[in-house]
Write a protein of this length. Structure first.
Lengths: 292, 485
């Protein structure tokens, strides 16, 4: 979609959205100039760990793996010319294993220092919910991949990144409305984010040189069924997205809807397999709560 | 409503397909039921076909290095994306899938997608992904549901750091190091394949040598070749534990005190039959202590109209033997001639280099006939072996104590799985050892190894005759190398 078409689309969705904000945002998406901010709480926690020479590497690795913003920024830096190996780093595990804990600690500090800390007044709760939902989706994606014997690392990463466009766009909308002096309602901002988050997220993932399959999964995760050239990862993430909504009890998905999901046919999951996945909900919820 | 068929085949892998096609060609109405979306079974989607596609790249790399005589070096790139080594995989898999689908359709075989279970000796219940239920009834039922990797009780196979043979090819990037736990066919194939791709591989097993049922002379050569690829085989040890350290390595503890730290581990210690969902009791069937279905020499179970073929009945669990079992089972059930004796089904192990065999082993011949004459041809004795830089190959002909009758053929070396078929034809035709001497093969080819090995048998045969004769006539034996050139 060209940026003018994207701007029109966004303008239509949020009828009262000033055209100049829609156009500026569309341009940022097209030009790939959106940045992924980190949450203030995560930044402080990782900073503390990275400065502690005696930190258990398992805890630092977990802190990075479990936070979409940290994980995304780690991959961005791991694939930058300074650190990049002969081939692209395509998973979080690979990045941690190849770089070693010393460099991971350095990069964690760099992320905290160089990244913008997410500050959009009035959206803190929404943002925390997005990151919790992304983590739950990552856990369910990896469980589905385990059942199907598909790549677990890639599924986790795709799940973690699937809504990464949301915080990016929220920050960008907030910045633009301030710069252009256009006040938006909270609902206008959220609608705008919902409209373009798959596209913005997929652009970021592509820019970080992650596999095309991950980018496609982020872009298509709301598709119910059909053929995506890079395979069924989009359906894995889409189903994990539904499972995460159900497990975190946000009221958007109920069990009958889950059991009727057309994605089950795409992935070839039988009723007893979806029952087992639903039963993982408690474990996933605890994992999300543990992160905070 | 119950759908009536003459034959119902559970599973669309190699054995199921051949059973279905054979029944259809005999004019029977046939239904195949498979739980996967596509036909082909684990062979096409998770096993033989994908692994051999990756292997082809590994073989090409090794061959190129060898044949260039060291002029070209291809540095192994860690982090190389596995998919980039299998760019043709999708075409290969979909090509196979389409071919199988077309073949089944052409023969009028109906295919249902769902999970099957017995509700009676002749009735099958099928439930689908969408929760629908269908029923079918048949007078002949063939169980061909295959197998899956065994999950160890004490090691967590998370399919992320510790993988099994169903998940190993899901890796996105080549690990720097890999511990292979087990040394059967699948373990040895993957171990040598990843070693050839530059991964530092350690293969560990309780047995003293890999692929225990293959001729020891072949496996000794395989271990040597594996070492030349950079791999290491640790035999005679137990794996005490293996787990992810939470950061960067899989830690594997061995009974000899060694601790292996690797990026990934492949657990490949056996497979179990896919029979959990079948409700075998509904057909009056039960499993052996090893979790397999017991069958007679015709693949017939304890219930006369139910046959079981392929991995569900246990070793050799190779695609070729499974397919043949499927065909033979249906032939037997329908009273048709089965053709070729089962003992002439060849064995192919796609290690690097390949190993293949047909007929009896040297030990089996000794046990049966008291002694054996074994003729050997190293591939460095034939021109093609040197040209193709596959000098590490070996062909063994196992003959009766008189050195006249061919009883077995064993080959290691690139092309072994093709080369063995000459021996298979000779065995099926009952040809003698001398036939290979009297036959002209193309030059230069590896087939010439048959002549060289046959001359070796003749040399020993004559020597035996001389030593056992009261008045020996001294006559120089022809040199295999001289004759072959």
């Amino acid at each position: 979609m060209q940026d003018s078409a994207l701007a029109d689309h966004m303008h239509r969705v949020t009828e009262e959205l000033p055209r100049k904000v829609a156009e500026a945002l569309a341009r940022q998406i097209e030009d790939d100039t959106l940045d992924l901010p980190v949450l203030a709480g995560t930044a402080a926690r990782v900073m503390q760990m990275a400065l502690d020479e005696d930190v258990d590497p398992v805890h630092l690795a977990d802190a990075i793996r479990n936070d979409g913003a940290m994980a995304g920024n780690l991959l961005r830096i791991a694939n930058s010319p300074l650190y990049r190996a002969r081939s692209a780093i395509v998973s979080l595990q690979q990045a941690i294993s190849r770089l070693g804990m010393h460099q991971v600690r350095e990069i964690a500090l760099a992320i905290v220092c160089e990244s913008r800390v997410f500050r959009v007044k009035g959206f803190e709760k929404e943002l925390t919910e997005v990151f919790r939902h992304c983590l739950a989706t990552a856990h369910f994606s990896q469980e589905i991949a385990r059942v199907k014997r598909w790549n677990v690392e890639e599924a986790f990463l795709a799940g973690l990144m699937h809504d990464i466009g949301r915080p990016v766009l929220l920050q960008a909308v907030s910045d633009l409305s301030r710069e252009l002096d256009c006040r938006l309602t909270k609902q206008q901002s959220l609608d705008l984010v919902t409209t373009a988050h798959e596209r913005a997220g997929a652009s970021l993932v592509t820019r970080w040189e992650l596999p095309q399959r991950v980018s496609d999964a982020v872009y298509h995760h709301h598709h119910q069924m059909g053929q995506v050239q890079s395979g069924p990862l989009y359906a894995v993430v889409g189903l994990a997205d539904e499972l995460a909504h159900f497990a975190l009890r946000d009221g958007t998905v109920d069990e009958p809807a889950l059991r009727e999901s057309p994605r089950l046919g795409v992935i070839n999951l039988y009723p007893e397999e979806i029952t087992a996945l639903i039963a993982c909900g408690e474990k996933v919820r605890l994992a999300v709560e543990a992160v905070g | 409503m119950i759908h009536e068929y003459d034959v119902v085949v559970l599973g669309a892998g190699p054995s199921g397909q051949k059973a279905a096609i054979q029944a259809a060609k005999a004019g029977r109405s046939v239904l195949v039921i498979d739980r996967d979306l596509q036909v082909g079974g684990a062979c096409v989607h998770r096993g033989t076909i994908p692994s051999k596609t990756l292997r082809e790249t590994a073989v090409a790399l090794v061959g190129f290095k060898r044949r260039s005589g060291g002029v070209f070096e291809i540095p192994a790139s860690e982090d190389l994306q596995v998919a980039s080594l299998m760019t043709r995989l999708e075409q290969v898999v979909s090509g196979n899938e389409e071919y199988i689908g077309r073949q089944l359709a052409r023969n009028g075989v109906t295919v249902w997608h769902g999970k099957a279970s017995f509700v009676g000796p002749n009735e099958i219940d099928v439930h689908t992904v969408r929760g629908e239920r269908w029923q079918a009834r048949a007078s002949l039922i063939v169980i061909a549901t295959g197998s899956r990797p065994r999950s160890p009780a004490d090691i967590v196979v998370d399919h992320e750091h510790i993988l099994d043979s169903d998940s190993i090819l899901s890796m996105t990037y080549l690990p720097r190091s890999l511990a292979v736990l087990g040394a059967g066919v699948i373990a040895s194939e993957y171990a040598s394949m990843f070693a050839a791709l530059g991964v530092k591989v350690v293969m560990v097993d309780r047995g003293e040598r890999p692929v225990g049922f293959v001729d020891p002379e072949l496996t000794t050569r395989f271990v040597k070749s594996f070492g030349q690829l950079g791999g290491r085989f640790v035999g005679g040890v137990k794996v005490l534990g293996s787990q992810w350290d939470g950061v960067a390595s899989v830690v594997t503890l061995l009974s000899n005190g060694e601790v292996l730290l690797t990026d990934k581990a492949l657990f490949a210690l056996g497979r179990i039959a896919n029979v959990d969902d079948l409700n075998l009791a509904g057909a009056g069937l039960s499993l052996t202590q090893s979790g397999l279905l017991e069958v007679d020499e015709h693949c017939r179970t304890a219930v006369p109209h139910v046959y079981a073929v392929g991995d569900v009945i246990g070793p050799p669990s190779l695609a070729s033997s499974s397919a043949e079992q499927g065909r033979r089972a249906v032939c037997h059930a329908l009273g048709l001639s089965v053709g070729m004796p089962a003992e002439f089904t060849p064995l192919g192990v796609y290690t690097i280099p390949e190993m293949a065999a047909v007929g009896l082993t040297e030990a089996q011949v000794v046990a049966k006939y008291g002694s054996a004459i074994v003729g050997r041809a190293r591939f460095d004795e034939v021109a093609r072996g040197r040209i193709s830089a596959v000098e590490d190959g070996l062909l063994k002909l196992v003959a009766d104590p008189e050195g006249q009758r061919l009883l077995g053929v064993h080959v290691i070396g690139e092309g072994a799985s093709e080369l063995v078929h000459i021996g298979q034809m000779a065995l099926m035709g009952g040809l003698g050892i001398d036939t290979f001497i009297e036959t002209i093969f193309n030059f230069p080819t590896l087939a010439e190894a048959y002549r060289v090995a046959a001359f070796d048998v003749v040399k020993q045969r004559e020597l035996r005759a001389l030593t056992s004769s009261p008045a020996p006539k001294i006559r120089p034996a022809p040199s295999p190398a001289a004759v072959s050139s």
